[in-house]
Ligand binder design. Structure first.
Ligand code: GLA
Length: 385
């Protein structure tokens, strides 16, 4: 029995055997463009083949029943009451509330969720649950929201019910992803372009530090505030910027002495990272120069670690280990930071030896396993027959 069949059996036992919708929504990787999304910048993520799966059906009861298969936990709530629970259930409950606040006419339902996106690894397991739920409810109750509206709904569920003021990248990618492509996304306008990810003999390898990050732990929201403070500083100097989106790096540099040090450093990362995203897109579309692409990843890690200060010793170590492997063209921390994975562009022949050698060194230094994942891309949210 595969996982979906097992979950289906559990659903039938718990909620009764009825016609149900089965939805899959993937996690994501991000090639480049970190902490730019909530600054109205650009990102280059891709949806992966690891998904969260949601099974759902109307239940004709006075309340909803939701069950987390992997946690073996049940939660019940009424659609018209306000709950103040703060746990796993908020990813689903938050979607319900956000959809209702936009006029969705929902009835009580049963829902079961299971996930294969590693939790806390920076691969957006939470977004994949939110998006699968939003996509499923939208189908079940014919709400008529577009995919990008569902992405916004899922992002707001995270803001209001999980407490992380995240950008739109993860949810947009989970809903809009396309197999074998990255999404070059303008996070202000939501204009996007699918860019084929053709790395030839190279693969994307994720190395999970197994340091679990908690973005809700205020650091993420603090970074967001600091960027806004940078924008306010520039406005006070007479510049007409509403975000860091169009700030040229040369202009920012003019204020390197006057700006508060930490604020300058946060802005420094963002304005350069935006430029790197556009360069990376150019490389993927034209030269396909994997070394040049890798160099952008290294630069990204440098400013994420030293200027944005969202890395950690384990991530820095794993990136550092790649320097003397010429089969790796680039490496950087991926996602919100403070733990999770590095993303590496590596020649396929070198994958096994790199994993073995680096895994051992990592274990020796930090007393923890490093978990590798070779990335396979996949499609965005979909109904499974
Ligand atoms: C998390 C957030 C995203 C984005 C990244 C950093 O994954 O959910 O919106 O800000 O961090 O790039």
């Amino acid at each position: 029995m595969n996982t979906t069949q097992k979950v289906e059996k559990k659903f039938n036992n718990l909620f009764g055997n009825k016609n149900k919708l089965v939805i899959k929504s993937p996690g994501r990787v991000n090639l480049i463009g970190e902490h730019t999304d909530y600054n109205e910048g650009w990102v280059l993520p891709a949806s992966i083949d690891k998904c969260s799966t949601v099974l759902l059906a109307e239940n004709n009861l006075a309340h909803c029943r939701i069950f987390a298969y992997d946690l073996d936990k049940l939660f019940e709530f009424k659609l018209d009451t306000e709950q103040t629970a703060w746990g796993w259930e908020n990813y689903i409950y938050g979607i319900v509330k956000e959809m209702q606040s936009r006029g969705a006419n929902l009835s009580s339902f049963d829902l079961m969720v299971t996930g294969e996106v590693p939790f806390g690894a920076g691969m957006s397991s939470s977004a994949s649950i939110e998006c699968a739920t939003a996509f499923g409810l939208n189908e079940l109750f014919n709400c008529g929201f577009s995919r990008s509206e569902l992405a916004h709904i899922s992002q707001m569920a995270e803001h209001h019910f999980v407490g992380v003021k995240c950008g739109i990248m993860d949810q947009f990618t989970s809903l809009m992803g396309k197999d074998n492509h990255c999404i070059f996304l303008d996070c202000k306008t939501l204009d996007y372009e699918y860019v084929p990810l053709d790395l030839g003999d190279y693969k994307l390898l994720l190395c999970n530090t197994n340091v679990s990050h908690s973005l809700a732990g205020s650091e993420y929201n603090t970074r967001r505030e600091q960027c806004l403070e940078g924008v306010r500083f520039l406005q006070e100097q007479g510049h007409d910027f509403e975000s860091l989106r169009n700030v040229p790096p040369e202009l920012l540099l003019r204020y390197s002495e006057e700006m508060e040090r930490d604020i300058f450093k946060r802005c420094y990362h963002v304005v350069h990272e935006n430029q790197r995203v556009k360069k990376a897109v150019g490389i993927l579309k034209e030269s396909k120069d994997i070394r040049a692409l890798g160099e952008e990843l290294y630069q990204s890690h440098h400013t994420l670690s030293r200027y944005y200060e969202v890395s950690c010793p384990e991530l820095d170590f794993l990136v550092g280990e790649t320097f003397h492997h010429k089969e790796i063209t680039g490496s950087r921390m991926m996602g919100g930071g403070f733990g999770g994975c590095t993303i590496n562009i590596i020649h396929q022949d070198a994958i096994d030896s790199f994993i073995e050698e680096t895994g051992l060194k990592y274990l020796k230094k930090f007393g923890k396993e490093m978990t590798p994942y070779i990335v396979t891309l996949g499609d965005g949210s979909r109904i499974v027959d």
